[in-house]
Design a protein around this ligand. Structure first.
Ligand SMILES: [Zn+2]
Length: 319
């Protein structure tokens, strides 16, 4: 479980939460909102931990309370979430509500974290609303959601909204190194697949497979120099579960190359390691990749789509 000090790029929100704790003026309900993988639940949990620990700034990690929290055994800390792929069930909400009349067991506060609150729906949302409107003393609700629209407006209006900032790509890289034990180069490549969040963490298990295909200059070399291998290449690409993300990454590399090629006109630079792509090729390739991603997203035949991409890249390279 992370502490405030381990969390990146959310300093402003952390300051506000620390202030609420220091003044003992916590709201009845907070709503942590932001895109997937940006660390909403992590921030909410760090907040809960700091509340229970009782230090004003950050959890100490040394007291009994912190140790109990680390083992998920705190009697006043509730983490609720729907079953994978499903919505919240009303009996789960009702069961939680049955504890409401009792005082917190260990201290002054009870914290109820509802992860994936966008899956509450109208029935569970309305049931929960009653508790949020008239919470027993010391009860704090932390709602975590990636969508504001999916929540009942009546719930949203009762919550202090904490909108998380996107992560910088440096932070994403660093988190992959510290949390997933990747080497820096691998982490930076994977960070390139995420849009300012840890969303690519979902692909970590498949990362090794993907890593082999991320280097577009290698693909480009096959396209230019070994057209007889294109058939095998497209067969291998077809097997990738995350093909769209891989092509998205190529697009990012090419966009970076385009920016560099514009820079180079102003300030000539020679870097023999970098593949030399002319602007026209890059622009054509970018279009082709966007078309390919769109086609794949519309469930076009994967093999045929990849074949067409490689063949058209070959034509563009030889133009
Ligand atoms: Zn502590």
């Amino acid at each position: 479980m992370k502490n405030f000090r381990d969390i990146k790029d959310q300093d402003r929100l952390i300051e506000r939460l620390q202030e609420d704790i220091a003044k003992h003026q916590m709201k009845h309900a907070y709503l942590f909102i932001g895109p997937k993988g940006v660390g909403k639940r992590t921030l909410a949990q760090a907040f809960a931990k700091t509340i229970f620990c009782g230090q004003s700034g950050d959890a100490c990690d040394e007291c009994d309370t912190c140790r109990i929290l680390e083992h998920d055994n705190h009697p006043d800390s509730y983490l609720m979430r729907p079953e994978p792929g499903k919505d919240y069930r009303i009996d789960a909400i009702r069961e939680m509500q049955r504890t409401m009349p009792y005082k917190p067991v260990a201290g002054d506060y009870r914290v109820i974290l509802l992860d994936e609150a966008e899956k509450l729906g109208a029935t569970c949302g309305n049931a929960l609303l009653k508790s949020i409107e008239e919470p027993p003393e010391g009860t704090i609700f932390l709602l975590v959601s990636s969508s504001l629209d999916a929540l009942l407006p009546t719930i949203v209006s009762r919550c202090q909204i904490m909108r998380l900032s996107p992560l910088t790509s440096e932070s994403v890289t660093e988190l992959f190194v510290t949390d997933y034990g990747m080497d820096h180069e691998q982490a930076a490549m994977l960070a390139g697949l995420s849009s300012q969040s840890m969303e690519a963490a979902d692909y970590v298990a498949e990362a090794d497979e993907m890593m082999d295909w991320l280097d577009f200059s290698e693909i480009d070399r096959t396209v230019r120099e070994r057209p007889h291998e294109l058939w095998d290449l497209s067969q291998s690409l077809e097997k990738l579960d995350r093909l769209t993300q891989v092509i998205g990454y190529w697009r990012k590399l090419l966009r970076d190359a385009l920016v560099r090629s514009i820079d180079e006109k102003i300030k000539p630079m020679l870097d023999s390691e970098e593949p030399v792509w002319d602007e026209e090729y890059i622009l054509t390739a970018l279009d082709l990749m966007s078309e390919t991603i769109a086609a794949l997203e519309q469930r076009a035949n994967k093999r045929m789509t990849v074949d067409v991409l490689l063949q058209r890249l070959r034509i563009a390279a030889n133009a």
